[in-house]
Design a protein around this ligand. Structure first.
Ligand SMILES: *Cc1c(COP(=O)(O)O)cnc(C)c1O
Length: 371
């Protein structure tokens, strides 16, 4: 079976985790501090590590004071994690449409959905690509909004002159779940230059206990403390941090593998009539997934069944969130682009253990199944 996505774990990763297990200190301790330092070096900005990417988004919004009665604008075409993170704060996610040529949030459409309750926009760097980042920032500046980037797909992606996503802008949130560009098992981080935001997140992740992070790094904890606000048990453990650290050290060699795989697909898929690809900036993008739009005449259900029969997994990133009963809003403006592309959207296998022969098989099978 050619898997759609998978973790890639080396012996080095395993020893890093074993070392923590051997020490018999598993919680948030010195490894988390080390991982945060490595992430901060990577981004050139401070990073706070948390339990997962959804928690990173939720805590970033809470730290901005976003809560009940507030609205956050987010593309419908994203993992439900983005939506649940918003509603977890008590705020309402307001779905927006994407640019059908890039699958990134459409800033004009975001603007049309701003109300006097809007507090933030949440662009999603779908597939590892980015949308018009300056336009998102300008929109936020015009309306006094925060920009909280869902950068779960975009670890390592650069824009402009080599600036990494997370190294600029307001607040960026990353995920290190099992299939993301690097993994810490589960895990995530928030990156920002806003010290006040980072300090709040450091407390919120440890049940709101004030200034407990420094103690934890040293393998201690606070016994007498104050709690002023709602907190959560969203910290990262040393087991996770050890794996994340090991994966981040190797990222300089794994990131180019993802790019090379996407380039191979680009070449193999060239010339298939009506099929559209999205990874056109592979000098800058580290691809997390490889989405395509099937030719309009293709039947996606039949096609995916045929691929599965041939031993090839495929995916659909994502079922639009405005179709979900929790997030559907009858009063919402329409979503013409998302609804037009969705029936044609499919993702091909992409992970570090994929070899060129697998990719040839994927595209050959796809070709034979196309009308
Ligand atoms: C993975 C992902 C998240 C959340 O990350 P977790 O670590 O799984 O909680 C958020 N948004 C998008 C687009 C993702 O793909």
């Amino acid at each position: 079976m050619i898997r759609l996505s998978k973790s890639s774990i080396t012996n080095e990763d395993k020893s890093a985790v074993m070392e923590v297990l051997d020490n018999e200190f598993l919680g948030m301790g010195p490894r988390v501090r080390e991982f945060e330092e490595a992430l901060s070096n990577f981004f050139g900005r401070q990073a706070v590590a948390v339990s997962n990417g959804t928690a990173a988004l939720q805590l970033a919004m809470q730290a901005c004071g976003i809560g009940p009665g507030d609205e956050v604008i987010v593309p419908s075409l994203t993992y439900v994690a983005s939506f649940q993170a918003i509603s977890a704060t008590g705020a309402t996610p307001v779905a927006c449409d994407v640019d059908p040529t890039t699958l990134q949030a459409d800033p004009e459409d975001m603007k049309a959905r701003i109300s006097d309750r809007t507090r933030a926009i949440m662009p999603v760097h779908y597939s590892g690509n980015t949308g018009p980042l300056e336009r998102y920032s300008a929109l936020a500046a015009d309306f006094g909004l925060r920009v909280i980037e869902d950068a779960a797909h975009a670890l390592g992606t650069t824009v402009g002159h080599g600036a990494r996503v997370g190294s600029f802008g307001d607040i960026a949130c990353f995920s290190f779940d099992g299939i993301k560009n690097i993994t810490s098992g589960e895990g995530g981080c928030v990156v920002s230059e806003d010290q006040n935001i980072l300090d709040r997140i450091r407390d919120y992740r440890l049940l709101g206990v004030k200034k407990d992070s420094e103690n934890r790094y040293a393998g201690k904890r606070s016994w007498e403390f104050d709690v002023g606000e709602q907190g959560w048990r969203y910290h990262m453990s040393d087991i996770m941090a050890a794996l994340g650290l090991s994966q981040l050290k190797r990222f300089g060699t794994t990131a180019p593998v993802r790019q090379a795989n996407a380039r191979i697909y680009n070449e193999l898929l060239a010339g298939i009539e009506g099929l559209e690809i999205f990874h056109n900036a592979l000098d800058e993008t580290i691809p997390h997934i490889y989405p395509i739009l099937l030719p309009p005449s293709a039947d996606r259900v039949v096609l995916r069944k045929g691929m599965e029969k041939a031993g090839i997994q495929s995916g659909i990133h994502y079922y639009p969130n405005h179709f979900l009963s929790k997030f559907a809003s009858p009063a919402a403006l329409p979503f013409p682009a998302t609804e037009a592309i969705f029936p044609r959207l499919m993702s091909l296998p992409l992970h570090l253990d994929l070899v060129a022969a697998d990719q040839e098989k994927v595209v050959n099978v796809l070709r034979t199944l196309l009308p």
